[in-house]
Design a protein around this ligand. Sequence first.
Ligand code: TYM
Length: 333
Amino acid sequence: MKHIVSGIQPTGSLNIGTYLGSIKNFVRLQEAYKDHHFLIFIADLHAITIPRDRAELRKSIKEVAALYLACGLKTDNLSLFIQSEIEAHSQMSYLLQCFTYMGELERMTQFKEKAQRQEKGVTSSLFTYPALMAGDILLYDAEYVPVGDDQKQHLELTRDLAIRVNNRYGDFFTVPKPLIPKVGARIMSLTEPTKKMSKSDDNIKSRILLLDDDNIIRKRIMSAVTDTDGQIRFDPNNKPGISNLLSILSAITNESIETLVNTYKDTDYKTFKEVVAEAVVKELKPIKEKYHEVIKSGEVDTILDQGKAHAERIARKKIAKFNHKIGLGRKQK
Ligand code: TYM
């Protein structure tokens, strides 16, 4: 069966950037690719590339798992699992590092940005992180990998590594293709709309969390930074704030940006922001309700156990074959 693979780091509470750029897309793709199996995981090994409080990390792992389900992922064609519970991810990461060049890792913009933010104590795992991510994908021979725009470069490296191994050892890995949503692939900060909305931004007002109260959501959107020319137009370079609100509204309503611009072009910013705020409140309401139900029901652990069992079977086989392929260990009889 063909595989679709993706993950999210459990680093603090999820925001609407992650939701619109990835989870909402997974839900849509589950309908569109009914004949594929989805391997979706909580990327906790990725989260520890930066120091984390362990209680916070545990809490966040559980929260991301429950949110995946609360956002509407169906369990029929899905294995939901925690990355660190499958040892093959760490093993594959090491093996792929042996095929990755320093220069390739040095070019990764996410590494450069994260390392810059952290003056001291930049770990070597933050540097080799793209090899871990490539391993997550290649272990399962993913055909498609749905991600937001910021992961594109990591996906390109994953494809290069797959091709490199295939050229050297004969066809072994499926070369994966990214699936990046047309709208919502890069939701920007509400306070600095030229920057990506991020879990790690120090300013909490820069984002809306999936579990935020309705009034907080309204406040954040109403105070989102815009410009002074008073026109509702999509122009990310000159009008990043308004363009971001248009993207958010479009990703939620599935209406095209052009249609939205036509509808709201004669509206003032305050009224337009009220429309966006109500759309976000309406979108997140059922997610919050379902989240509390999921947490209460205790079903998360059962689903994670089933997901782990299925993913582990696939990953174990692939890593054993890869070890063998590259000449590790003893020759199999
Ligand atoms: P992470 O945890 O930073 O983000 C998870 C997913 O959400 C997308 N995303 C956004 N999309 C739109 N606007 C935003 N502001 C925004 N912020 C985040 C990301 O593009 C991503 O798709 N390394 C990955 C996790 C990962 C992974 C993988 C993904 C680990 N292994 C294998 C795919 C396949 C990461 O840190 O994503």
